[in-house]
Design a protein around this ligand. Structure first.
Ligand SMILES: NC(=O)c1ccc[n+]([C@@H]2O[C@H](COP(=O)([O-])OP(=O)(O)OC[C@H]3O[C@@H](n4cnc5c(N)ncnc54)[C@H](OP(=O)(O)O)[C@@H]3O)[C@@H](O)[C@H]2O)c1
Length: 274
C-alpha cells in the first residue's frame, strides 16, 4: 500500500493555510492543521484526514507540544509548511519598537522556531521538505510595507542560506511567493498612522487595498504548494500567482528605478472619490 503522506501547516485557520489543508486532504494526504485557536475550525469537519493542533509560532512550548501530539497521531511527517503571518503596514515613523518586534516574532522568528523544532525529525528520517509562504514582497518592496517587506526579505535570505546545510540530510527548502491573494490577510493588516504622513499613507493604503479586487483566491496558491511538495525538484522559489510571476519578470528586466516607479505610481495616485 502506498504510504499516506503527512503535511503540517501553520496558520491553517484561514486564507492560504486553510485552503492548502483542504487541498492536500482532497489529494489523499494526512493534514496536521495547526492554529492558535482550534475552537472555531468546524469548517474542517467534512475532512476526516485533517487533524487540528494548537500552535502559536511565537510560543516555543506550544510548538514543542504540537510536534509531540502530531507525532503521536501520525508517527511521521513528510512536509512542514510555514505559512502563518500577517502584515504591519503604515509609515515606519508611526511604528513602535514593540509593533516592529511583534511583526518579526511572527513572520521571521516564528518560522525559525518551528523549523528548528522540526529539523531533528527530518534529519532522523533522512528526508523532508520545508515549505514557506514568503511573498512577492520578499523579493520586491511596496510603499508603506517597509517592516513587512523586511521580514519577508529576511525569510527569503534565511531559507536560501539554510538550504546549504540541510541538503546532505535530503531536506529540501521551497519558498512559495504569492502576489495579492483574497484572504483574511487584508482584514488582519495592522495599520499604523502618523498625522504627518496621513495624506500620503491613507491614499496609498486605499489604492493598495483596491488592487485586491481582482486578486485570486487562496486555492490558487494551495495548488502551487502541492506542486512544490510533490514535484521532486530541487528548486527554491515558486512564484504562486500570475501577478507575482509578471512582477518578478519585470523586476528582472528593468532597472530598479524604473521598476519601482511601476510599483509605486498606481498606488501613489490620488484617490478618486466617486
Ligand atoms: N493574502 C496575500 O495577499 C498574501 C500575499 C503574499 C504573502 N502572504 C502571506 O501568506 C501567509 C498566509 O496569509 P493569508 O493570506 O492566508 O492571510 P490570513 O487569512 O490572515 O491567514 C494568516 C494566518 O496566520 C495565522 N497567524 C498569525 N499569527 C500567528 C501566530 N503567531 N501563530 C500561528 N498562526 C498565526 C492566522 O491565525 P489566526 O486566525 O489565529 O489569526 C491565520 O491562520 C502569510 O505569511 C502572509 O504574509 C499573503
Amino acid at each position: 500500500m502506498k504510504h499516506k503522506q503527512t503535511i503540517v501547516i501553520t496558520g491553517a485557520s484561514s486564507g492560504i493555510g486553510k485552503a492548502t489543508a483542504i487541498y492536500f486532504a482532497q489529494q489523499g494526504w494526512n493534514v496536521a492543521a495547526t492554529m492558535r485557536n482550534t475552537g472555531n475550525a468546524g469548517y474542517f469537519a467534512a475532512h476526516p484526514s485533517i487533524a487540528l493542533f494548537t500552535l502559536d509560532v511565537t510560543d516555543q512550548e506550544s510548538i514543542k507540544s504540537a510536534l509531540a501530539q502530531i507525532m503521536h497521531k501520525f508517527s511521521d511527517i513528510d512536509v512542514l509548511y510555514n505559512n502563518a503571518g500577517y502584515a504591519l503596514a503604515g509609515a515606519f515613523e508611526a511604528t513602535t519598537d514593540e509593533q516592529v518586534r511583534k511583526q518579526f516574532e511572527t513572520n521571521l522568528f516564528g518560522v525559525m522556531n518551528v523549523t528548528r523544532a522540526f529539523l531533528p525529525h527530518f534529519r532522523s528520517r533522512k528526508k523532508g521538505i520545508i515549505l514557506n509562504t514568503t511573498s512577492s514582497g520578499g523579493i520586491l518592496t511596496f510603499p508603506l510595507y517597509s517592516i513587512y517587506n523586511s521580514t519577508k526579505w529576511a525569510l527569503e535570505g534565511f531559507m536560501e542560506a539554510l538550504q546549504f546545510e540541510v541538503k546532505s540530510f535530503n531536506i529540501h527548502i521551497k519558498n512559495i511567493e504569492p502576489g495579492s491573494v483574497k484572504s483574511e490577510f487584508t482584514d488582519n493588516i495592522s495599520f499604523v498612522s502618523n498625522a504627518d504622513y496621513d495624506n500620503y499613507a491613507n491614499s496609498v493604503q486605499y489604492n493598495t487595498l483596491a488592487g485586491y479586487k481582482n486578486a485570486p483566491t487562496p486555492d490558487v496558491v494551495a495548488k502551487v504548494v502541492f506542486k512544490a511538495a510533490t514535484d521532486n525538484r530541487s528548486k527554491l522559489r515558486y512564484p504562486a500567482t500570475s501577478q507575482a510571476k509578471s512582477a518578478f519578470f519585470f523586476r528582472w528586466l528593468l532597472p530598479l528605478k524604473v521598476f519601482n516607479k511601476m510599483v509605486s505610481v498606481p498606488v501613489e495616485k490620488e484617490i478618486k472619490t466617486n
